[in-house]
Ligand binder design. Sequence first.
Ligand SMILES: Cc1cc2nc3c(=O)[nH]c(=O)nc-3n(C[C@H](O)[C@H](O)[C@H](O)COP(=O)(O)O)c2cc1C
Length: 387
Amino acid sequence: MPKLDRYFNIAELRKAAQKNLPASIFHYLDGGADDEWSLRRNTNAFDQWEIIPSALTGITKPTLNTRLFDRDIALPFFLSPTGMSRLFHHDKELAAARAAGKAGTFYSLSSMGSSTIEEVASAVRGPKLFQIYVFRDRALTQSFLERCKSARYDAICLTVDTTVAGNRERDIRTGMTIPPSLALKSLLSFTTKWPWLLGLRHNRDFTLANLSKNIDPKNSGALNIFDYVNQQFDPSISWEDVTWLRDRWEGPLIIKGLLSAEDAKQAQRIGCTGVIVSNHGGRQLDSAAAPIDCISAMRDAVGDSMDLILDGGIRRGSHICKALALGASACSIGRPYLYGLAAGGEPGVNQAIEILASETRRCMQLAGFHSVAALQSSGAVRKAGRG
Ligand SMILES: Cc1cc2nc3c(=O)[nH]c(=O)nc-3n(C[C@H](O)[C@H](O)[C@H](O)COP(=O)(O)O)c2cc1C
């Protein structure tokens, strides 16, 4: 395997992921919905914001630590929930969770993960949250809460932007299923991906680990993820479900997938601890606004007492700095760490985190901010080109 320090930015890790993964799996990771407008816009929108640095501040070593969901964390970003990490590396979620723990930040386990709630809890002592959907079967949602309580998860995050599966045309084209099936059109791309194929020696389990008992055995062959979402997730979820959850989970409760100031305010009224400002990385509603364009209005609406997380499009430390200055308490990343996972397992995730941490630190130093709090209260970011 090539040395990971050859990959010196997230775009390089993406290329390495593409090299290692069978095509259908890479496109499942990389792609978005419909025309992928929101996917592109999530990153491109950062270009419309600029930083006005403060000169001669005497900063020598900016610190990155902050507080989030009632925990101290070492970085102003964490790992977003992503389903089925086994697709990308045989060490699956455990590799990513260990890397997050080592870096001192949150790992988020998806309810569509290939590792169980308990496996991840015993692999890491670091802060962790569990992401749930409201399933048609409320007893399943309730059982997740009980398991998370026993396994001492710090927070629960409810994703609300997936009432129906997004239209991911790359996956339709490649015939993506879970576990990956060797359709004729994708066979060639599997046979040339030796590192991925060798991973099958270590681990051939591609089940949705937390849901396998609930999947109808009649349909237990290759699973089309869109069909699963459309069958099992409750499309009629409403604020009443958030209240239902609030009444059953005593710890921090976060809603993922809001973009409007009014919705953030409503989440606050119901007693949510935080909001992940997100369009699911452009994988659900195409044309949904980029989170970076929404964050400051949402911050104005909720004031300082609620955690707001910028999720989507982050590929550089300067993106993290812009988000913090515009009102984010912290950021979260999806694809960047999955590219690292596909490029080299746990060391690859370490590399993705280290790239973004060192870019953020350098950006803060060059912009003249010694801490996350100083950047957040600086007003140093404005619309680009105003002069
Ligand atoms: C492969 C993949 C799987 C994902 N699975 C989930 C999921 O199970 N639950 C969820 O809330 N979000 C999921 N997401 C969305 C991420 O949590 C996050 O919102 C998104 O990746 C952020 O955008 P970014 O990839 O540009 O950082 C997934 C994203 C990817 C790329």
